[in-house]
Write a protein that binds this ligand. Structure first.
Ligand code: TYM
Length: 333
């Protein structure tokens, strides 16, 4: 059976971008039933920039609560915390020796995050995509659902698999397919439709957090930046209006319809009314997730038990694949 893997960093605060770009698709692929699905909290990736230890522990459990509240079922999917499945890090070392410095240096996320002072960035931040390739390939994953911003990392994953197979003359690692789908593969800031919605934006009003309550969600949507024109007839006319396009895409994704279908219904309407409709829809879809997350967070021991069980199930897959990798590479076992 085809196998799905994807991960999210527990670096604090899930956003509507994480939900629409990633989690919602994770749940759909789980529910479709034609895949074996594995979902991960990537704590080892999170520490490529400094994390307060207590905050990291809390954020990891909160992310687990987020997965569960969004609809991930720990029986039908395997739900894990990355550092509890040591084969990820072990395979990453091998991939550090397969990937080339030049490939890593071309990653836009590296360039953005390291900024002007690359000398001061952690070595882990540079090697980040090799660990991501290991996450995926240590399960012989075939499909990886992600938001648009992870596309380049998935191309690198394919390059690493191809080079490994070529260097050792094997057909061992699969060439994985990115799954980037839905109306909101790139959710933008509510304050600036040309900037990605991000948990690291200092302005909280720029994003909807999955922990926001109904009032906060509604207020942020109503205050979202727009222009004074009514909604157009066709999505083509949204090209030049990134703020409005973002809201239409968010509406479409939450309602599970195409952006054009939203305009077919609402063209000509004033943005004030549309934002009110969007606020109602967002509250209806997101507030129950936030409520369920808080409920789950009252029992962290139960979350820890679930993750321990997930790690056990994961290792039934990863241990033999790592063992076979070591043999291919020439390690004495
Ligand atoms: P991370 O933690 O930054 O984001 C998790 C997922 O959310 C998506 N996403 C968005 N989608 C649409 N609009 C947005 N504004 C938005 N912001 C975030 C991301 O595309 C991602 O799918 N490197 C990964 C984590 C990772 C991973 C993996 C993913 C580690 N190993 C293996 C897939 C497979 C990351 O930092 O995602």
């Amino acid at each position: 059976t085809p196998r799905v893997f994807s991960g999210i960093q527990p670096s604090g605060g899930l956003t509507l971008g994480n939900y629409l770009g990633a989690m919602k698709n994770f749940v759909q692929m789980q529910d479709a039933g034609d895949f074996e699905t594995i979902y991960c909290m990537v704590d080892l990736h999170a520490i490529t920039v400094w994390q307060d230890p207590e905050a990291l522990r809390r954020n990891t459990r909160e992310l687990c609560a987020g997965y569960l509240a969004a609809g991930i079922d720990p029986e039908r999917s395997i739900l894990i915390n990355q550092s509890q499945v040591p084969e990820h890090a072990q395979l990453a070392w091998i991939f550090n020796c397969v990937a080339r410095m030049g490939w890593m240096g071309r990653m836009t996320q590296w360039k953005d995050k390291a900024g002007k002072n690359a000398e001061a960035a952690s070595l882990g931040l540079f090697a980040y995509p090799a660990l991501m390739a290991a996450d995926i390939l240590v399960y012989h994953t075939t499909h990886v659902p992600v938001g648009d911003d992870q596309k380049q990392h998935l191309e690198l994953t394919r390059d690493i698999a191809t080079k490994f197979n070529h260097d050792f003359g094997v057909e061992f690692f699969p060439i994985t397919e990115p799954v980037i789908r839905g109306a909101a593969t790139r959710v933008m800031s509510l304050r600036d439709g040309t900037k990605k919605m991000s948990k690291s934006d200092p302005v909280d009003a720029s994003r909807i957090n999955l922990t926001d309550d109904a009032d906060a969600i509604a207020k942020k949507v109503r205050k979202a930046k727009t222009d004074p024109e009514p909604l157009p007839e066709s999505v083509d006319a949204l090209e030049a209006r990134p703020d409005v396009r973002n809201l239409v895409n968010i509406y479409a994704a939450l309602a599970d319809v195409a952006p054009q279908a939203v305009l077919d219904e609402k063209a000509g309407g004033q943005l004030g009314y549309f934002k009110q409709d969007l606020a109602d829809l967002a509250v209806a879809k997101l507030a129950p997730i936030s409520t369920e997350m808080s409920r789950l967070m009252t029992d962290p021991a139960e979350i820890d038990r679930m993750l321990a069980r997930g790690a056990e199930r994961a290792r039934e897959i990863t241990v033999p694949i790592l063992e076979r990798t070591y043999e291919i590479v020439g390690m004495v076992r």
